[in-house]
Design a protein around this ligand. Sequence first.
Ligand code: ATP
Ligand code: MG
Length: 878
Amino acid sequence: MESKEIRKRFLAFFEKKQHEIVASAPMVIQNDPTLMFTNAGMNQFKDFFLGNAEPSSNRIADTQKCLRVSGKHNDLEEVGMDTYHHTMFEMLGNWSFGDYFKKEAIQWAWELLTVEFELPADRMYASVFGGDEADGLEMDQEAYDFWAAIIPEDRIINGSKKDNFWEMGDTGPCGPCSEIHIDLRSDEEVAQTPGKDLVNMDHPQVVEVWNLVFMQFNRLSNGSLQNLPAQHVDTGMGFERLAMAVQGKQSNYDTDVFTPLINFLADAANVKYGEDEKADIALRVIADHVRAISFAIADGQLPSNNKAGYVIRRILRRAVRYGYTFLDFKAPFIHTLVPLLAEQFDGVFPELIAQKDFITKVIMEEESSFLRTLDKGLSKLEVITAEVKKGTKIIDGKTVFELYDTYGFPFDLTSLIARENNLSVDEEGFKKEMEIQKNRSKKAAETSAGDWVELKPIEEVQFLGYESLASKAQIVKYQAIEEKGKKLFKIVLDQTPFYAESGGQVGDTGYIADGDKKISILDTKKENNLIIHFTNELPANLEAEFDAVVNGKRRKLTENNHSATHLLHAALRQVLGTHVQQKGSLVNEKSLRFDFSHFSKMTDEEIAQVEKIVNQKIRENIALDEKRNVPIADAQALGAMALFGEKYGDFVRVITFDKDYSVELCGGTHVPATGTIGLLKIVSEGSVAAGVRRIEAITADKAEEYYNKQNELITQVNELLNNPKDPLKAIEALVKEKQELAKVIESINQEKAGAQKAILQKAIQSVNGYNVLISEAQLPDTDGLKKLSFELKNEVDNLIMIVAADIAGKPQISIMIAEGLVKSLDLHAGQLIKELAKEIKGGGGGQPFYATAGGQDLSGLPNVITKAKAIIDGITNH
Ligand code: ATP
Ligand code: MG
């Protein structure tokens, strides 16, 4: 059975059991401070478990893109080493929100596996939670009994808290779980060792396929458990592991989910999968990682230097390294897998096909730049090994760490190269450095939070900010937090005019007031779907009815920039083409920033054309057409562009400025009509990442300020030029005049140097066959002095020349000695000049035959002459 069919059947099975089938949430998470990436199917439903929001159906099923490379669930180091952990994988899941519970969850799971997929019942084991003293929890007898009704009791296992109590993170929804494990070994092996002994023992063919979690608790920040308002089911089954079982394979990489990638790679590397352990690991690592990277990019997370972007960059680098070291891929290659991957997910996750070229380009650039770093690192390592060979023969921990940190060399690669050179590495020292860095970044990121204090039960928070900038409000709940040593409070209001940062638009600021007691709202952010107001104090009377008031001026300026972003987006697609897609934006009261996919630098003409279109649309004063609660299909029929990586509900908000010009899905706030924006000016255009350009622009008063400043500058220039009729011509004339004057000066200088040369020639004295010239001089520039020195050397035999010159008020010494004399007299101009330069408070140097020095003290020139004469006399007169 092909994997596509397996996925389909899973969803159809639960659809038949009245589950609503929903789309996967993006793998990259945007509005959750506790999670960077989706690590389980339940993440997108967190609010339903916590009672913060209502699901559209109390039974849901889906396949969810997950990534387990950071935080509580991090499998990165296993990936490639084993055959059943991936970075990115699909989690098939079915959910009950306060509907069915343990009985149905267990029965249906069993039915799906044994009837629908015909997996052997006698090769499966179920585990149940065995209880935990510290948490005061007893064993899950209920789940045990339901299993005992289906399978023999000797195939039920009591599991520990580690394996059978599921938690999303340090806090949040959690509960006991029941896992289904399958034994895929051969009959002979099974006869030798019973599968039961191998459950949860990291055996690659006795693996967990499905986890049924019974959500009952909320873990608080002090570690204690609180009952959730209702009981829920949350199940997660690894799609790739299920495919392994159904297809009768012994490794996820032998299923049709991975074989096309593995074969393609093995061909390119000219190896056979399954023949060499090291090459096999590398093939698995790359086949796995290309999925994680591609889906992350498709969801809008580009590789970068911080946070989620850095996690993606590190995954990519891990893949490049394995290819480089074990498959001899010395040029970018991972990006060539993207078309194949996109093909595979056609009809399942359309975001790959739709952005195939973009993803390919981003990965290729990233690969090339890392390969360059690797090369640099290798040459550095060569230098280090040569050095270490002479000494201790151990590469110290600090150096190993530096290679890791700056050049992406992991410990194992460095020690491999060390071994090849008969050296060893200081592993302890390396670990210590790693620890130090970890602590440093931990400290930087440290935030602590108390538990939420609930004041008022509420169904759903009302956002009033589309209509008004002020409203009455009561506090629903609050939480004290500490961020980088600063105490803050998060407040949730029952209704609020405050816009929470999202879709690139900054959160509102303002205040809440109880009578004349005002408390500032410093920022507003979204956490999942909750609107959180940040303050640094709590009101005295928490239960008061407050006036919630938004800083209206700031909001309106922000709206100018937000609406301008929509106009800009449409203009860019007109001018550059429809491949232009929004890749990020930032909109605040000062300016707007818009990132979009496009492969080359915009020309000045293109920029001017975009500005022209946008300003035209501003002057047309197009009224805002805002539609809320539009079914997503209808919105797309209107031509609205959905952005990949955004999580849209079934109903969306559509913002239109002229239905033939700009239609976008957007939750932000906008101007009532485009005329309000006044004017748009693009101030910069540049590259932010491979294939992504960034435009920065200003609008309204900021744009006016910009033009005023430009104008003022021109006025000042005109004044300097005495207000000519045509300032451009006046400046051209000035430039020309300056060039002509420079020529005149040049020829005067030459004349002066010529005259000076004649004087110096006369001052040459013949002493015992040497032509000695020791003299002061006056020259317009140092070049003249140099030229003169060389001319005299060529014209006069046996020359010993020391000239102390006044060069436009600065002292300068030049020494020139005929090359034959350098040896015979053992004279060294470079050394002699050091002695003489002392007299002018300066320094210099040069070759044995020619040297120069500059100084500070012009009055020292006569002393230079005296000293020079004394020295040269001593040499020439003996
Ligand atoms: P394991 O112990 O094998 O790491 P887990 O206990 O971490 O699994 P859960 O958190 O219960 O797994 O996730 C639910 C299901 O998702 C698992 O039963 C498994 O089939 C699948 N799964 C978990 N982690 C991965 C992974 N890294 N790659 C592929 N599938 C996974
Ligand atoms: Mg795990």
